[in-house]
Design a protein around this ligand. Structure first.
Ligand code: 13P
Ligand code: SF4
Length: 305
């Protein structure tokens, strides 16, 4: 069996040979994040995929992320090392479901979280990520908005956006599991610690947060805050970089179940195998791709903070 170091060398050599770049989401295994060209949140990785001039993108994340990269860069080959790495929340709404909801609300723009299939994006007006959801909803020229698929993100946006909002009843199983009891217990055990959470957490958990942000937003918050201990309300994969960038601070997970099994599927062996054989290439049919691309492009046009 090869060692981790041997596998890392093999991945880097194959990336060079294939003129490929490797993108890894902030929830990926430590050793996968360690050798990626770029780690980031959904928004950062979408921008990188759109802007990169590599011929091949190896996307270490879940299916909708690689699919978005393929939509944004149709001339590139996008590899998802594990085709079975899906997002259960993205699968909670189908294009047929959304078409039915649109019929009930003629003329109401649909904002689709990027955690959706390409077919759902194709029926949507604009996409958003957790990093820009409030800005995207506010940018829509309509008093009403329908948001899919995450009820928790939609609820979070509805706290600040001056829009009439309705949403689909989907959720992330990993974030939705976090309870107020777990957060309160972690706060009691760590006096003075701040609680930072992802907007995919339930509203009552968000109520307890000192700061709510995307995964990459947590890196900036951790760097800038004076607090020495942070309680982290998101998937445990984020700890690797938080600890690396802030060795003097402590990071506490309030629950043992903050783990997304799909994000943990991809191993270095999978990356080697998919690159060597150039397999697991994500493709999106042209008729869906063009409409889905418009929704993603509109999101990327929304000004940054
Ligand atoms: P981010 O966009 O914050 O990286 O979140 C993606 C995701 O899947 C969260 O569960
Ligand atoms: Fe999907 Fe939740 Fe996993 Fe993110 S953490 S990929 S939303 S299941």
């Amino acid at each position: 069996m090869k060692t981790t170091e041997e596998l890392k060398k093999e991945v880097r050599a194959l990336l060079k040979e294939r003129r490929a770049i490797m993108l890894a989401h902030n929830y990926q295994r430590d050793e996968v994040q360690e050798i990626a060209d770029l780690t980031g949140d959904s928004l950062g990785l979408s921008r990188a995929a759109a802007e990169s001039d590599a011929e091949v993108i190896v996307f270490c994340g879940v299916h909708f992320m690689a699919e978005s990269a393929a939509i944004l860069s149709p001339q590139k080959k996008v590899i998802l090392p594990r085709m079975d790495a899906g997002c259960p929340m993205a699968d909670m709404i189908t294009a047929e479901d959304l078409a039915r909801e649109k019929e009930k609300r003629p003329g109401v723009p649909v904002v689709a979280y990027v955690n959706t299939t390409a077919a759902v994006k194709a029926l949507s007006d604009i996409c958003c990520t957790s990093a820009n959801a409030v800005r995207v909803v506010e940018s829509v020229e309509s008093e009403s908005v329908y948001m899919v698929p995450d009820r928790n993100l939609a609820h979070y946006v509805s706290r600040t956006a001056k829009k009439r909002m309705e949403w689909w009843d989907g959720f992330c199983p990993t974030h939705d599991r976090l309870t107020t009891d777990e957060v309160i217990k972690a706060k009691e055990e760590n006096p003075g610690a701040l609680f930072v959470c992802h907007p995919e957490c339930r509203p009552e958990v968000v109520d307890l947060a000192d700061h709510v942000c995307s995964t990459s937003g947590m890196y900036s918050f951790a760097r800038e805050t004076d607090a020495k201990t942070l309680i982290i309300g998101t998937e445990m994969g984020i700890l690797w970089r938080l600890k690396k960038e802030n060795p003097e601070k402590r990071f506490i997970l309030p629950s043992r179940s903050l783990i997304c099994p799909n994000m943990k599927l991809t191993t270095l062996e999978d990356v080697v195998e998919s690159l060597r054989e150039m397999k697991n290439i994500v493709e999106v049919p042209a008729e869906i791709r063009d409409a889905a691309k418009s929704a993603l492009d509109r999101m990327l046009e929304v000004p940054r903070d």
